[in-house]
Design a protein around this ligand. Structure first.
Ligand code: FAD
Length: 287
């Protein structure tokens, strides 16, 4: 099985977090990712940090870096100014999103002078003509979508507005992805849809995140993690579960995996090695 891979990081907010990010990049770099991406904090809270992290990673690693950009709490002018600065710095990939509100706020509240939706943002960025635009996609249907079909129709609008590929929200079962991929194809979406893979580093955190995204958790998985936590074996289970999910995706024709690393390399690296997508350098040293 062969496939390309990519990694998502979040921008560090402290010196300690910067070291952690740097260690994570160092631990994954040998796996030769096609690109890495850097998130934009909920509520637009990491505008400058994201920009700095994107530039620093690009400069110090030479890896292609995709900058996430959202519509939250910024005017059109401010958002396009950030995009312009990315273009000037040689950043050509943007993950264009509507975005989530800051913690505690109810739903997305567009600013009067800001982009009202992801489609407007994508359209404006596409007109600049200097970016490859990636968008978010939701195999388990986004909570704001009126129906599963509306969820797919909106994705089509984002692609038609100028995006060239989509990365999905995390999901737990390969069939969820395949059903979504088939429904997208039926709706005339031809752009690549890259599955977003969440290695489960904290079961409690994953449950909270899944609840927020309304991503159903299979009962068998919940039971397995409850038992593994009791026996202090969660990391092992997480690596196995993630490897199985990725194997099923690759067997079903997926040719790219995008990992949500949460700035910790362990499980992601083990899975990439287990899948044979990159050499395990520690084994080479032993040999
Ligand atoms: P959209 O696709 O624009 O909207 C979500 C759903 O709402 C759609 O499925 C559609 O059905 C419905 N909808 C929205 N507007 C309309 C409309 N006008 N008319 C009809 N239907 C509508 N969040 C961050 O804050 N920072 C990040 O860096 C970040 N990175 C992400 C990366 C990926 C790969 C993904 C999948 C998500 C990311 N998110 C991030 C989360 C994302 O911001 C949230 O899921 C947000 O709620 C939706 O953003 P979107 O651009 O995908 O939304």
């Amino acid at each position: 099985m062969t496939a390309s891979i990519s990694y998502e990081f979040f921008p560090p907010r402290s010196l300690d977090a910067s070291f952690r990010l740097w260690d994570t990049i160092g631990a994954l770099k040998h796996t030769d990712p096609a690109f890495v991406s850097v998130t934009y904090g909920a509520g637009g809270t990491t505008r400058k940090l994201t920009h700095d992290a994107v530039e620093a990673i690009g400069k110090h690693t030479g890896l292609p870096v995709a900058a996430h950009l959202t519509c939250v709490d910024a005017s059109r002018e401010e958002t396009l100014d950030i995009a312009q600065r990315y273009a000037d710095a040689g950043v050509t990939q943007i993950v264009a999103l509507r975005g989530d509100p800051a913690k505690g706020d109810q739903g997305f509240q567009p600013r009067k002078d800001g982009f009202q939706s992801s489609v407007q943002l994508i359209d404006a960025l596409a007109r600049i003509g200097r970016f490859d635009l990636t968008v978010g996609a939701y195999p388990d249907t986004h909570p704001d979508a009126a129906s599963p079909q509306a969820n797919i129709d909106w994705l089509k609008r984002k692609i038609d507005a100028g995006a060239t590929r989509a990365i999905t929200q995390f999901f737990f079962e390969a069939d969820t992805f395949f059903r979504f991929r088939d429904a997208c194809a039926k709706a005339g979406i031809t752009a690549p849809i890259l599955p977003g893979i969440l290695p489960i580093q904290s079961w409690a955190g994953t449950k909270r995140f899944a609840e927020r995204c309304q991503t159903p958790i299979p009962a068998a998985l919940a039971n397995a993690f409850d038992t593994a936590e009791r026996d202090n074996r969660s990391s092992l289970l997480a690596a196995v579960v993630c490897t199985e999910l990725c194997t099923a995706l690759l067997e079903g024709g997926v040719d790219h995996l995008h990992f949500y690393t949460l700035n910790a390399p362990g499980i992601t690296r083990d899975v990439v090695h287990a899948l044979g997508l990159a050499p395990d350098l520690s084994l080479e040293k032993v040999a």
